[in-house]
Design a protein around this ligand. Structure first.
Ligand code: PMP
Length: 406
């Protein structure tokens, strides 16, 4: 296996040839993957790790059915979208089954490309220019344990969007789109307050803008009970545009923008929509096979059940450790907010870093941190993560925090 060569050599050559700003996990002691299978990664020595990081390898690293589907298509044809292919339309139809109210799909290769195309669509359709995005710090101050405050929070935060729109208009600017995740991922695994999306949609649309929901991290059943995070609390909210990517190809690059014909038909420019690789039959085979596996293995139900276990066990963990300020999440998408003080909620980035390193070295568990202060431990493993994995992860956290007197 030629992957199993010295990691030092790979790092030395990486330093010489790869851009220095290129991000890397475990900066001080980067992780080299020699092999991957379902919820496990193997390092350069063949040591097996439980992977709580890889949300892209959605149905499991190298899932045999996805590998078979990709391989078969690779050996058949790889032509671009300007040739007619059943794979393209089969894939589009499968996606549309999960998004009632939307009827048109445009394929791309990455989440960023999908979001860029969404902005282009919104601008061409509305003939407005500006976009509003949600700040990383949004909703951080929500008091989720106080239902009365939570009830009002949707209105409070939606009013902020209204203010931004009105101020922009006073300056002669108009909003083309409001972009948000339905559940903040890199922002720190934060769920928006109930009612928020629908209220924002009302303001945005009444000023001529479109609602774009980024489901790049949260889609394809990661949140458990629903295929998409925006369907979680607000069943009848239909976005104007949905973007998706990461889990869609289980590691094979593929992404998409889903919208209505009315909006898609207004895409301007002299070449229409053209994308060499977007929607190629290999990418579509990957996506189709991911959607099949989700169905066959009942992964929405499974993710929901694992989410219930995490909810229970992480809240128990919180009771025993003052350094945990908040636990939040749903399905197989969880955040553990590490703090220096529960009252002030001062973030503890150093603790997050120490914990991540100890779990890797001592427990063979891979975890990562996120959020504006990099103090939110995040758990978003492949969906084949099972009840034993949940228990082992929470137990490892508990025992390690005890050893650290936290
Ligand atoms: N949207 C979200 C929510 C993401 O998390 C990311 C990547 N972290 C992107 C879009 C961009 O996706 P890509 O890296 O595939 O361009």
């Amino acid at each position: 296996n030629d992957e199993i060569r010295s990691k030092d050599e790979a790092l030395y050559r990486r330093k010489k040839t790869i851009g220095s700003t290129c991000q890397i996990f475990y900066e001080k002691d980067p992780f080299m993957v020699s092999q991957a299978s379902m919820q496990y990664l193997y390092d350069e020595n063949g040591t097996k790790y439980l992977d709580c990081i890889s949300n892209v390898q959605h149905v499991g690293h190298c899932h045999p059915k996805v590998v078979a589907a990709i391989s078969k298509q690779l050996a058949t044809s790889t032509c671009n979208v300007r040739f007619v292919s059943h794979k393209l339309t089969d894939c589009a139809e499968e996606i549309l089954k999960t998004l009632p109210g939307l009827d048109t799909v445009l394929f791309c290769n990455s989440g960023s490309e999908a979001n860029d195309l969404a902005l282009r669509l919104a601008r061409d359709y509305t003939q407005h220019k500006d976009a509003i995005v949600v700040d990383q710090y949004a909703f951080q101050v929500l008091n989720l344990n106080n239902p009365e405050k939570l009830e009002k929070a949707g209105q409070v935060y939606a009013d902020m969007v209204k203010d931004v729109i009105e101020k922009a208009e006073q300056n002669g600017r108009k909003i083309a789109a409001f972009f948000t995740e339905a559940l903040q991922s890199c922002g720190g695994q934060v769920l928006p307050p109930p009612g928020y999306l629908k209220l924002v949609a009302e303001y945005v649309r009444s000023h001529g803008g479109l609602m774009v929901i980024d489901e790049v991290q949260t889609g394809f059943g990661r949140v458990g009970s629903k295929y998409w995070a925006h369907q979680l609390s607000e069943d009848d909210f239909i976005p104007d545009i949905v973007t998706m990517g990461k889990p869609m190809g289980n590691g094979f690059p593929v992404s998409a923008v889903v919208t209505t014909k009315k909006i898609a038909d207004k895409l301007g420019g002299s070449v229409g929509y053209f994308n060499t690789y977007g929607g190629n039959p290999v990418a579509c085979s990957a996506a189709l096979s991911v959607m099949n596996v989700i169905k066959e293995e009942n992964l929405l139900d499974h993710s929901q059940k694992m989410g219930e276990l995490f909810h229970e066990q992480l809240n128990e963990l919180k009771k025993n450790h003052d350094c945990i300020g908040d636990i939040r999440g749903v399905g197989l998408f969880w955040g553990i907010d590490l703090v220096k003080d529960r009252e002030t909620r001062e973030p503890d980035q150093e603790l997050a870093l120490q914990l991540i390193l100890k779990l890797r070295k001592e427990r063979s568990i891979l975890l990562n941190a996120d959020g504006p202060y990099t103090n939110i431990l995040k758990i978003k493993p492949p969906l084949c993560f099972n009840a034993d994995d949940v228990k082992n992860t929470v137990t490892a956290l508990d025992e390690t925090l005890k050893e650290m007197n936290k």
